[in-house]
Write a protein that binds this ligand. Structure first.
Ligand code: AMP
Ligand code: ZN
Length: 138
């Protein structure tokens, strides 16, 4: 069972911010901003890749309720979900990071050690995309 499923089952303690039958919001253990809340569906879904739109439909309202509970809906916030390896997802249970309570920086998102890889990958994607055929200069 994954760590967030254990939190849902009360096998691991958490600081709950808001909860209903289907969703749970709790404080991140390693906060990156004055407000850093994790919002998850109680059912195990690995990531945004796998989530059914009908779950997201209900989750949207729940997330909005959490922003109000945290009193950041007017001051602003950032909502992030990391997916897979390149997304830097560590816990394989869909979660949204709700960050706020201060003016947030927009970080340099590319890991410098991965810059060359990314450039190579983008080039490969371009070459394999039939819609981006290069015009050959004569
Ligand atoms: P991610 O890298 O997007 O998978 O984020 C995982 C997040 O879960 C990190 O921000 C961690 O600090 C947080 N985290 C891990 N274990 C716990 C826990 N037991 N309680 C609260 N937050 C946790
Ligand atoms: Zn889980």
């Amino acid at each position: 069972m994954c760590i967030f499923c254990k939190i849902v089952n009360n096998e691991i303690p958490s600081n709950v911010v808001l909860e209903n039958k289907k969703f749970l919001a709790f404080q991140d253990i390693n906060p990156k901003a004055p407000t850093h809340i994790l919002i998850i569906p109680k059912v195990h879904v690995e990531s945004f890749n796998e989530v059914e739109p009908k779950i997201m439909k209900k989750m949207t309202k729940f997330i909005q309720d959490v922003t109000k509970k945290a009193s950041i809906e007017q001051s602003g916030y950032r909502l992030i979900t990391n997916i897979g390896e390149d997304g830097g997802q560590e816990v394989k249970h869909l979660h949204f990071h709700l960050l706020g309570g201060a003016k947030l920086a927009w970080p340099d998102l590319i890991d410098t050690s991965a810059k060359i890889d990314t450039a190579t990958k983008n080039d490969a994607v371009q070459k394999s995309n039939p819609h981006t055929k290069k015009k050959v200069k004569k």
